[in-house]
Design a protein around this ligand. Structure first.
Ligand code: LLP
Length: 417
């Protein structure tokens, strides 16, 4: 087995006692491979973001909700959020107690809201109309509201969730309406939360939004918690030496903002962040096989079994993922060339990497798509009736363990009536 182009995974000893060729032989291709040590170290980094004593990290499992991964995150002491009844269900399955689950919902039905109320999880609503629905279903209850601070951030306009052009959160101009509904249904406002977008590498907007939510919080006397949201970015372009998010400076500034505010507020409040991507993105490599190579009108296409059903991010957001190459034979790549790495789906947009310069790739090579732990498996589908792959964990001792089976054809037809 040859690591042809694999500096990043080699530096991390990502595959432990095994290797990518052996793993795809054993579990099939494509295959998601996670590394437990990476997940644990990311949890530790964020737990240490601030030295404010009452600080909680809520993991956001929309990034990755494999129950084995949730158990690792729980073991590291992180709490958890949920955006759907299904996520509440899997959080509970991972062993979380209801009071450690924060349901941050958007445009849900009365049935969905009742599910959360009955499950006794913490609930945040993000419109006046959903606050009223909550009041009708659970008069006298405790609730939190999601604020839209008017500031947003994110790697793509589709993932900016604060500011003027997003459906999320309550416009800060409507706080008086919030108070009216709280009174009408005798509700206690226990927390304020926000999430302004996904993947920032510059923390300016995040810090600004923290000041805005704290300004709103002054108007409410009995808050138990304030949640600034997630969005902490990771460098997807490591092969080009992209810098990491400066967590130290972000943490110092956030601590200062919190300490100044708490002096004035005068009572104990829990501060929360809600990261998904930062915890898991770098913990996985998606492995796939090179199935065909062709030259089509001067473009060299490297055909693989990684369709956008398996990894939708490049198709949806034009996202960049670094690529590694592993080979079973001893043949070395003599040259580098520009290629398009594509999948096996029936759409032209099924492209993993466009115009990427890589060492020459051959049929049967294994390629690794780096930083595939977040919004990858969790966004996969059965489009084209293709099966979702297996997921494997490299544990802290470097040994591989299956944490989700590959789907079967029966899974495709199970729900037909
Ligand atoms: N909290 C709420 C309410 C959210 O909506 C999200 C993400 C998070 C926390 C976690 O954000 P993170 O720390 O992971 O950035 N599919 C896109 C990302 C969508 C993020 C959706 N909400 C992607 O692949 O880039």
């Amino acid at each position: 087995m040859n690591y042809i182009h694999a500096l990043i995974s080699r530096k991390l000893n990502f595959y432990g006692n095994t290797n990518p060729v052996e793993l795809t032989g054993k579990y099939g291709s494509p295959l998601y491979v996670y590394n437990e040590s990476v997940i644990r170290s990311k949890c530790s980094e964020l737990k240490g973001l601030t030295d404010y004593p009452d600080f909680v990290v809520n993991y956001s499992p929309k990034a990755n909700s494999n129950v084995e991964i949730l158990k690792i995150v729980k073991d590291e002491g992180l709490l958890v959020d949920a955006v759907s009844s299904g996520e509440i269900f899997t959080d509970l399955m991972a062993g979380y107690s209801p009071e450690d689950i924060f349901y941050v919902c958007n445009n849900v039905t009365a049935e969905e809201l009742s599910y959360a109320i009955d499950a006794r999880v913490k609930i945040s609503v993000d419109s006046i109309s959903q606050l009223e629905l909550f009041g009708k279903l659970n008069p006298g209850g405790e609730v939190s509201i999601r604020i839209n601070p008017g500031v947003g951030t994110g790697h793509h306009k589709k993932v900016v969730t604060g500011g003027q052009s997003t459906k999320f959160g309550i416009d800060i101009k409507l706080i008086e309406d919030v108070k009216r509904i709280l009174n009408r249904y005798n509700l206690t406002l226990s927390g304020l939360n926000q999430h302004i977008g996904s993947l920032f590498m510059d923390s300016g907007a995040y810090l600004k939004s923290a000041e805005i939510i704290l300004d709103i919080a002054r108007q409410f006397n009995n808050l138990k918690f304030i949640d600034f949201g997630g969005g902490f970015g990771i460098p997807y372009n490591k092969q080009n030496n992209e810098s990491r998010l400066d967590l130290k400076t972000l943490g110092e500034k956030l601590t200062q903002i919190i300490n100044n505010w708490i002096k004035e507020y005068g009572r104990q409040v829990t501060f929360i962040i809600e990261p998904g991507r930062y915890i898991v993105a770098e913990s996985a490599v998606l492995l796939g096989s090179v199935t065909a190579i062709k030259l089509n009108y001067n473009i060299k296409y490297i055909g693989t079994d990684i369709g956008f059903n398996v990894l939708p991010r490049p198709m949806i957001y034009d996202s960049h993922h670094d690529i590694e190459i592993y080979r079973e034979s001893d043949v070395q790549s003599a040259k580098s060339e520009s290629v398009w790495i594509v999948g096996n789906m029936c759409e032209t947009g099924d492209i993993i990497a466009k115009d990427r310069t890589l060492p020459e790739i051959f049929e049967n090579d294994i390629i690794g798509i780096l930083d595939s732990g977040a919004y990858a498996y969790s966004m996969s589908s059965n489009y084209n009736n293709r099966l979702r792959p297996a997921e494997v964990l490299i544990d802290i001792n470097g040994n591989d363990r299956l944490i989700r089976k590959k789907e079967t054809f029966e899974d495709l037809v199970d729900n037909f009536t």
